[in-house]
Design a protein around this ligand. Structure first.
Ligand code: FAD
Length: 289
């Protein structure tokens, strides 16, 4: 089913998984997806890793298995930096053949040797996907604190508007640790004529190191209340990870109470994290029993 139709019908709940690297990536990802599917999310998204890790070839097979073996709607990510139109067309044919009708259209991160060929920005990819007439439902990324490369807030919103005008159906947000950033962003979108539904993306922090890496790669700021949680958790990695899940669940409850279009949990392939989020949203009434 098209994700845009799900969002139009109700507030959604979804998970992200990534195809693991290594010898048995498909089996591993299937095992994780099977556990996540038990919570009956509205969809499970599967990342696409261009370059380095070489697991992009597994995105469509895993998405297909989620859709057809687990009976859950799948969202296949696709990045376009370093890709030609022919590469994208082949990927789309693969999706259509596999019966996956949802794609998240992304530019991808800049990396040495990964230059733009036929697509400079995500909006170029979205325009091309629309022109193909494949009937795919197209999601796109947004950034409550602005994209790290955007020199000004104005430019950040301008590029979101371009994604909307190119034909995106909805937006999924980058992770953030302060819900106020998301609420401010939501309001500003309307002022900048960006009227697409926005699904809020939440990632529990797992350690001091991980959250520092996130701050640099995603440009997410770390509020004092998160620093305090980590200080209180002390040096034990298990306590730090527990604090991260607790904090993420509090974020979810607050977002649920503030009328979000959808909640997307970056599960990091950890079913326990996904289950904790699911239990929390059942308990607060966001999800029906
Ligand atoms: P764009 O929309 O192209 O934006 C990139 C930058 O260019 C921004 O600064 C923007 O303001 C600017 N810009 C955009 N359009 C224009 C224009 N027309 N003129 C001038 N400037 C412009 N990465 C992966 O590799 N694999 C994944 O599976 C993946 N999944 C993701 C899922 C989500 C929900 C999110 C939020 C991110 C994901 N990413 C993934 C990371 C993403 O690829 C990076 O954040 C990337 O740096 C930007 O992607 P984008 O699609 O937002 O790009």
């Amino acid at each position: 089913m098209r994700i845009a139709d799900k969002i139009a019908a109700r507030q959604t709940f979804s998970f992200e998984i990534f195809p693991p690297k290594g010898e048995f990536p498909l089996e591993e990802a299937r095992a994780v997806a099977t556990e996540l599917a038990a919570d009956r999310p509205d969809w499970i998204s599967v990342t696409y890793s261009a370059g380095g890790s070489g697991n992009s070839a597994n995105t469509v097979p895993i998405a297909s298995s989620i859709e057809h073996e687990l009976g859950v709607t799948a969202l296949a990510h696709l990045t376009c930096l370093g890709s030609t139109r022919a590469d994208v067309d082949a990927y789309v044919s693969g999706l259509v053949d596999a019966g996956v009708e949802n794609v998240l259209a992304l530019r991808g991160d800049r990396a040495p040797g990964r230059e733009a060929i036929d697509f400079e920005h995500a909006s170029d990819l979205i325009e091309h996907l629309r022109a193909l007439g494949s009937g795919l439902c197209i999601g796109a990324a947004c950034y409550p604190e602005g994209h790290v490369e955007s020199p000004t807030e104005e430019e950040s919103f301008e590029s979101l508007y371009k994604k909307q005008e190119a034909g995106a159906d909805y937006l999924v947000s980058q992770l953030f640790f302060d819900n106020e950033d998301f609420y401010r962003f939501r309001e500003k979108c309307l002022r900048h004529r960006v009227r697409l539904p926005i699904v809020a993306g939440i990632m529990p922090f797992t350690s001091v190191k991980q959250i520092q890496r996130m701050a640099f790669t995603c440009g997410a700021s770390i509020p004092a209340k998160v620093v305090k949680r980590l200080v209180l958790a002390g040096d034990d990695p298990a306590d730090q990870a527990r604090a991260g899940v607790e904090y993420a669940c509090e974020q979810l409850v607050d977002l649920a109470a503030n009328g979000v279009d959808g909640l997307h949990v970056y599960s990091m392939n950890k079913p326990a994290v996904a289950h904790a989020a699911h239990e929390t949203l059942l308990a607060c009434g966001y999800l029906g029993a």
